[in-house]
Design a protein around this ligand. Structure first.
Ligand code: PMP
Length: 404
């Protein structure tokens, strides 16, 4: 699909054509997104919301149109439910602070799963320390999937929120979040979905999912860095206090008392990234122009092909083999009983022009559970194709031969 739209992909590494399979960390950016960003900087650059002059008003219109675009892309009921943040990590920290202030007291409980990214663990852990609350961990079943049957017994009358990933950033596996949401809602518990790895691959619709909060990062979706989304149902965002104070988020400021702005501005203190929002909207247009269902079908086939081809290498052990995945496959290489350190594999692949990610992938509790020092993760995007996978497997075979 449209490799030519991504200038970075025609570069070489160590004199070899680049095979970029580190998309779960960040995607490459299409020309259309970068051009939208340049256009906004060159021709629509003025601070928004407060200006009476033409340029400020035009920049405001563009920023708010981008918000509408994101709301539409994620299936939100209203653009009031879309808060621009710096990324998934920022969204989760904001939510943990704001939700924690309003909803969590000593002795309360927050539930996350064993496979979460540190971003969906540490902010909740910090909240629990602050409030003397307890962080509870949903276990995984034998196939490394969130064990939804354990959720019912984990929830108590002190549970305030469940926060889980829709797609594991380590394993690439699609998690049963619909079930998590159903079970939690039956007990009147709200659910936050970490969609950082889901939004780039799956046709997510927050209204159909019925999640209470959803977070994602633009840079994993062909958009700009430093831009992310915190979606929250209006009824929730209305109840929660702002996470930060400053300009934009206020209605009136008096030394005695400050009143806050309406949604979504209550959660957007300071000058927002009105350039990034336009660029993000252009990235979403780019995906929609290709067709989200077509992108999903294309990537699904490619992910299956990648898993099949890797599984055909006898030294390769794939994690969550056979489970339904979205974009990523994690593995390790064994020579007999001996695990070849993932860094060694990553380095030998890099020398052959193949970029993959190695290590704990910011999910140390899961990596500890797997009992390994890390994994090698190959992750695809819409511009990858079978030839990239073939080059990965050739390079891997050569690396294994060098190490034996
Ligand atoms: N959650 C998941 C599942 C992720 O994959 C990532 C990024 N690796 C994050 C959270 C954090 O995203 P960011 O670094 O863009 O804030």
């Amino acid at each position: 699909m449209r490799r030519d739209d991504f200038p970075q992909l025609s570069d070489t590494v160590y004199g070899k054509p680049l095979v970029y399979l580190d998309n779960a960390a960040t995607t490459q950016r299409p020309r259309a997104m970068v051009e939208a960003m340049t256009r906004a900087y060159y021709h629509c650059n003025a601070n928004i919301h407060r200006g009476v002059h033409h340029l400020s008003q035009q920049a405001t219109v563009n920023h708010e149109a981008a918000r509408k675009r994101v709301a539409n892309y994620l299936g939100a009921l209203s653009e009031k439910e879309i808060i621009f943040t710096k990324g998934t990590t920022d969204s989760l920290n904001m939510l943990a602070f704001s939700f924690g202030e309003a909803m969590v007291n000593e002795g309360d409980e927050i539930i996350v799963s064993r496979l979460e990214h540190h971003s969906n663990i540490v902010p909740w852990q910090m909240l629990c320390q602050r409030k003397r609350a307890t962080l509870k961990v949903l276990p995984l079943d034998a196939s490394l999937t969130i064990d939804t049957t354990a959720l019912n017994s984990l929830i108590t009358e002190r549970t305030r929120l469940v926060s889980v990933a829709m797609v594991s950033n380590v394993l690439g596996t699609i998690q049963p979040v619909e079930q998590v949401i159903r079970i939690a809602h039956n007990r009147n518990i709200p659910v936050c979905i970490d969609g950082a790895q889901a939004a780039p691959h799956l046709p997510v619709n927050v209204r159909e999912l019925d999640c209470d909060f959803f977070v994602c990062s633009a840079h994993k979706m062909y958009g700009p860095t430093g831009m992310g989304i915190l979606y929250g149902k209006e009824e929730w965002l209305d109840r929660l206090p702002p996470a930060q104070g400053g300009g934009e988020m206020i209605e009136h400021v008096r030394f005695e008392r400050t009143t806050y702005n309406v949604l979504p501005y209550k959660f957007e203190a300071g000058t927002p990234d009105f350039i990034g929002s336009c660029a993000f909207a252009a990235a979403l247009d780019y995906i929609d122009n290709l067709g989200r269902d077509a992108v999903y079908a294309y990537e699904d086939e490619l992910t299956c092909y990648m898993e099949q081809q890797l599984a055909a290498i006898p030294e390769v052990h794939i994690y969550a083999a056979g489970a339904q995945k979205a974009g990523a496959v994690s593995f390790n290489v064994y020579q007999g009983e001996r695990l070849i350190h993932p860094f060694d594999i990553g380095t030998l692949l890099d020398r052959q022009g193949v970029a993959v990610r190695t290590g704990h992938h910011c999910a140390e509790p899961l990596i500890d559970y797997l009992g390994v020092p890390g994994t090698v993760r190959a992750s695809i995007a819409l511009y990858n194709d079978h030839s990239d996978v073939d080059r990965l497997c050739e390079a891997l075979r050569r690396a294994i031969a060098m190490l034996s």
